[in-house]
Design a protein. Structure first.
Length: 357
């Protein structure tokens, strides 16, 4: 197949591109605007492949999207391009509306126009795979709020987004499903839990904590650090996404989770313990933990039921949180130059998303 991957220079997108080039015979067209979080250094291992092509294009630019479809003639689209950091969405929601909603609309229309003009067999085989987040569901009961077994997000969970980021992603999900219902456009949607792993831009919790710890800086924890997330190793996610685009059923939604519910404070303490063993110093890294004012509208718990992925597509995560986190930390220790190169003068791991009263 020829697969058009939007956002293929980002964290999850680059993992998808590497996985497909390294493990299949498919061709990738990587379409990425190269914002602050998109980095072609993440694709050094595949950039010389004869099955890899790069197009620097903004998904809000309809004319350029039409050109890319007509030039490369893809068999499928994997749509990952998005603004994705909740803290940035709190203080700058406009970029999220433009990219996640308007950009998705433009991509849907460019893809639909292309699809409408395909021959019957190619039209039947075409897929538009929209990659989304579990944050569209809002949050779940927390253990300190409810006794007994706790619910999980399923594919039938109602949407209740809490942040400008998750609201913009929820909107894009609705657009994708509307294009299926109204136009018969062949779409499939996935919603994933929190990803972690190599090549993650250091505004997110795990890479930020690793790099701050190594530099002797504070390790900031929002509120009491009791927020719970289900952690999914990014390479497990990439395998799942390829399964969906090649084997998933049109019109279906698939939830993809890591089966690793952890409190944020647990995550940070585990990173500190691993660093104590790998890069020992006179004091323990956990002594750098500090508690800061919580994020506005912070969801308390996410957790995914990915049994549908397991039952219908024979996918389960390979990495446990412990094995995946150790691999992640070892990668950051071995790739300090990548970390330095992706942090330009506009971001030095300062806190984002505070609301000035």
């Amino acid at each position: 197949m020829k697969i058009l991957v939007t956002g293929g220079a980002g964290f999850i997108g680059s993992a998808v591109v590497r996985h497909i080039i390294e493990n299949t015979k498919d061709t990738i067209i990587n379409l990425d605007k190269l914002t602050y979080a998109g980095n072609l250094e993440s694709l050094k291992s595949v950039e010389n492949s004869e099955r890899y092509f790069f197009e620097q294009v903004d998904i809000c630019d309809r004319a350029e999207l039409d050109r890319v479809f007509n030039t490369h003639k893809p068999d499928a689209v994997m749509h990952l391009a998005a603004e994705s950091h909740v803290d940035r969405s709190i203080t700058g929601p406009s970029d999220f509306i433009q990219t996640n909603i308007v950009g998705t609309y433009n991509l849907l229309e460019a893809a639909r126009n292309y699809w409408n003009n395909l021959e019957i067999s190619a039209k039947k085989a075409f897929r538009f795979h929209h990659i989304s987040t579990d944050e569209v569901y809002g949050d779940l009961p927390h253990p300190d709020e409810q006794e007994g077994s706790l619910p999980l997000f399923t594919e039938q969970t109602s949407y209740a987004p809490s942040s400008p980021y998750s609201a913009s992603k929820a909107s894009s999900d609705h657009l994708v499903r509307a294009w299926l219902r109204t136009y018969g456009f062949p779409t499939v949607v996935t919603n994933c839990s929190n990803n972690y792993g190599p090549y993650h831009f250091p505004e997110k919790l795990i890479p930020l904590v690793i790099l701050n710890a190594l530099e002797g800086k504070d390790l900031p924890i929002y509120g009491e650090g009791d927020q719970i997330r289900d952690w999914l190793y990014v390479e497990d996610h990439a395998r799942a996404l390829y399964k969906v685009v090649t084997e998933g059923a049109i019109g279906e939604t698939y939830n993809i989770g890591g089966h690793n519910e952890k409190q944020n404070i647990e995550v940070v303490q585990t990173i500190c313990n691993i660093l104590d063993a790998l890069v020992p110093k006179d004091t323990r890294y956990a002594e750098q933990i500090t508690y800061v004012t919580d994020r506005p509208g912070h969801d308390r718990r996410y957790a995914i039921d990915s049994s549908k992925m397991s039952a219908e597509l024979n996918w389960t995560p390979v990495e446990t949180f412990e094995t995946g986190l150790r691999k992640t930390i070892e990668w950051y220790l071995a790739n300090q130059s990548w970390c330095k190169n992706v942090q330009d003068g506009s971001y030095q791991r300062e806190r984002l998303g505070e609301i000035n009263s």
